[in-house]
Design a protein around this ligand. Structure first.
Ligand SMILES: [Zn+2]
Ligand SMILES: [Zn+2]
Ligand SMILES: [Zn+2]
Length: 172
């Protein structure tokens, strides 16, 4: 194992150069099997277990970073406001810095609606006509409220579900 930081960096570089491409991923095939899942940092291995470990690690450090920003917030008029936000009224300020001031909260609310609207339009655009009714290929489960209203599916189970629902609402 190398000692200085420079030596370590050099060692890592050399390890990376030794990787071979397997199914479009650069894999440190020179390592024994039991090393995989932890060889992404030192060896740049992109095999499935190593990539998964890498992903989990970056997710965890992003979470830690966010927790640090969140901890710096202060209560102002009953809401948590971040002193690190340079521009309020953005979804980034809301999510990344956790700023809950009125303008950041509004930005997040509008952003959510906007994303929902775009996604809904995309989903609906992908529907196909089947037996003279719209059918959504994206629906995870037919015959559900989500499928009918969100995905806009009008297949037999979805319409049936919707109809029974309507009837129930009227009678109750
Ligand atoms: Zn690996
Ligand atoms: Zn704010
Ligand atoms: Zn359906």
């Amino acid at each position: 194992m190398p000692f200085t930081l420079e030596q370590r960096a050099e060692w890592r570089r050399r390890n990376r150069a030794r990787r071979v491409e397997i199914d479009g991923r650069l894999v440190a095939a020179y390592l024994p099997e039991e090393r995989h899942g932890g060889a992404w940092a030192d060896h740049g291995c992109q095999c499935e277990p190593c990539s998964a470990a890498n992903k989990a690690h970056s997710a965890a450090s992003a979470k830690r970073r966010r927790a640090r920003w969140y901890a710096r917030r202060a209560l102002v008029n009953g809401v948590l406001v971040s002193p690190d936000v340079r521009q309020h009224g953005t979804t980034r300020a809301y999510k990344h810095f956790g700023c809950r001031c009125a303008s950041c909260g509004e930005a997040e609310r509008v952003g959510k609606i906007e994303t929902g609207r775009v996604r809904r339009a995309e989903i609906r655009a992908r529907r196909v006509m089947r037996d003279a009714h719209w059918f959504s290929p994206d629906t995870p489960r037919h015959g559900t409220w989500t499928s009918y209203s969100y995905y806009g599916c009008r297949c037999v189970p979805c319409r049936e579900h919707h109809n029974t629902h309507q009837r129930q609402r009227k009678t109750s």
